[in-house]
Design a protein around this ligand. Structure first.
Ligand code: 5AD
Ligand code: SF4
Length: 475
């Protein structure tokens, strides 16, 4: 999904104008986390009644939305560079007689606000993550030609307006779908912008989540990934009026006909309650894979990061989770080169990784985010040291990932099939541990879970054979 305009784009634009007879198209490009992927789908839902169809070709779009992420280094600069390309596209389209509106959404929109309009005049609208339900109205206001900025934290709940309301209005989501249940964060880790860009922790009420899950299941979704910046801190009003925990919510969602699998991400170690751990023992729909970021294995650095737990507490927590569900696989996020991190601190992180054994992980060099406490800390670590530590960390994590994948050879487990495979006659799905699995099998099995025996392992996928292609659909 490059924004670069290919040489034939201008002709394509004229053709598109003739073909579409006036239907409007929106192109949404999402960066960063899964919550942005979910939000992009919701933006498309909100815009559909306004006559916008989604397109995957930016040069066809009457409205381009950059759904931005602020976590990575130079995030704002990258957005401005994308916007520069979009400005050219807007000019090309204008030459072909077509108008293009450009909107910036997501966390860079929230953080930069009106600055975006000042620096890039081609932008018509800047909208923060809490205000997507207002998009139709904001677009109308932007039509006057003056730039519009909406980065308020409104009192109303955006989800009341942007969640899919009816099955017939729900776009096909495939077999596996995200569902945001919680947003925002009160933890204030000293490296992180999320508490500033996504605001305070809020939990959606259970009834709304259940309704949305029912709609998704009716539309063919079989696996739900519940999303939240602190998803396991979810505490929402239940159907009975009591406050439910995530464990209770997951149990209820698993009762929805068609829902075979439930996952949730991202969890904070300190919110991993006893009932949620127990749910991994009791509830077969909860998949045995947990993304539980630890960031560092050094107690000194964990304290400086304001993570509010030490390495031993994490190891103990993982032991309790594994006692409940012995086959659970762990994944994590790591940051190397946080201010003050010494070689010794870094080795503590490597030790923790060896102790736990991760199935997969994301790892990053620390990058100062303006406005966060970490950015003002003394002892910033030099770039070459960060790079060298990241490389060493990734060698270890990659070896663990491959060990984990190789250990599946000869084993048999359920695969939920999601789509056609790479080659004709193949179908592709996911193991309970989020591994991609390819088998020879009929397309009719897409949407069903079947037993597969793993016969080979590639760098990024497992290969197997269906044991019972014609059996009943399995959970
Ligand atoms: N620098 C590097 N990595 C960061 N992350 C968040 N903020 C920063 C930062 N300033 C990483 C954390 C988090 C993941 C989503 O991104 O590891 O868990
Ligand atoms: Fe950021 Fe996660 Fe820490 Fe919240 S808990 S501040 S989202 S890293």
């Amino acid at each position: 999904m490059s924004l670069d305009l290919d040489p034939d784009a201008r002709k394509d634009m004229a053709d598109a104008a003739a073909r579409d007879g006036g239907a409007r198209k929106v192109f949404i490009k999402s960066f960063g986390c899964q919550m942005n992927v979910y939000d992009a789908a919701r933006m498309a839902d909100v815009l559909a009644p306004e006559g916008f169809d989604e397109t995957t070709r930016v040069e066809d779009a009457d409205l381009v939305i950059l759904n931005t992420c602020h976590i990575r280094e130079r995030a704002a600069e990258k957005v401005f560079s994308e916007l520069g390309k979009l400005r050219e596209l807007k000019q090309e389209r204008a030459a072909a007689g077509r108008d293009t509106r450009i909107a910036v959404a997501g966390c860079v929109a929230q953080a930069e606000g009106a600055e975006i309009l000042r620096r890039q005049k081609a932008v018509g609208l800047v909208v923060g993550p809490q205000n997507y339900h207002r998009l139709p109205d904001l677009l109308r206001r932007a039509e006057t030609g003056r730039g519009v900025v909406d980065t308020e934290f409104p009192v109303e709940d955006k989800f009341d307006h942007i969640a899919p309301a009816r099955p017939e209005r729900t776009r096909a989501r495939g077999i596996s779908a995200f569902l945001t249940i919680q947003e925002g964060c009160d933890k204030f880790c000293t490296f992180c912008v999320v508490p500033y860009t996504r605001g305070a922790e809020t939990s959606r009420p259970a009834a709304r989540i259940i309704r949305e899950a029912e709609i998704l299941a009716e539309a063919g979704v079989r696996e739900l990934t519940l999303l939240g910046q602190n998803v396991n801190a979810w505490a929402g009003v239940g159907e009975d009026g009591a406050v439910w925990s995530l464990a209770r919510l997951a149990r209820r969602l698993a009762q929805i006909p068609g829902v075979l699998r439930i996952r949730y991400t991202t969890s904070h170690p300190n919110d991993m309650g006893a009932d949620l751990i127990a749910a991994h023992r009791a509830d077969p729909a909860l998949m045995p894979f947990l993304h539980l970021p630890v960031q560092s294995g050094s107690d000194r650095i964990l304290a400086a990061m304001n993570r509010k737990h030490d390495a031993a507490a994490y190891v103990d927590l993982v032991a309790r989770i594994r006692a409940a569900r012995p086959d659970i696989a762990l994944s994590s996020d790591f940051i190397v080169g946080f201010p003050g991190e010494t070689e010794r601190d870094f080795e503590d992180t490597l030790d923790l990784i060896r102790t736990i054994g991760f199935a997969s992980a994301f790892s990053f060099k620390y990058s100062p985010r303006p406005g966060t406490p970490g950015a003002d800390m003394a002892d910033q670590v030099a770039e070459p040291i960060k790079a060298e530590r990241l490389a060493r960390l990734q060698v270890l994590l990659e070896a663990q990932r491959q060990d984990f994948n190789r250990a599946t050879i000869g084993r048999t487990f359920d695969v939920l099939f999601e789509k056609k495979g790479r080659h004709p006659g193949q179908i592709a799905g996911k193991s309970p541990w989020l591994q991609a699995v390819q088998v020879d099998g009929p397309e009719a099995l897409i949407g069903a879970a079947r037993l597969v025996e793993i016969t080979a392992v590639g760098p990024n996928s497992l290969f197997g054979r269906l044991l019972d292609p014609h059996g009943e659909a399995r959970a």
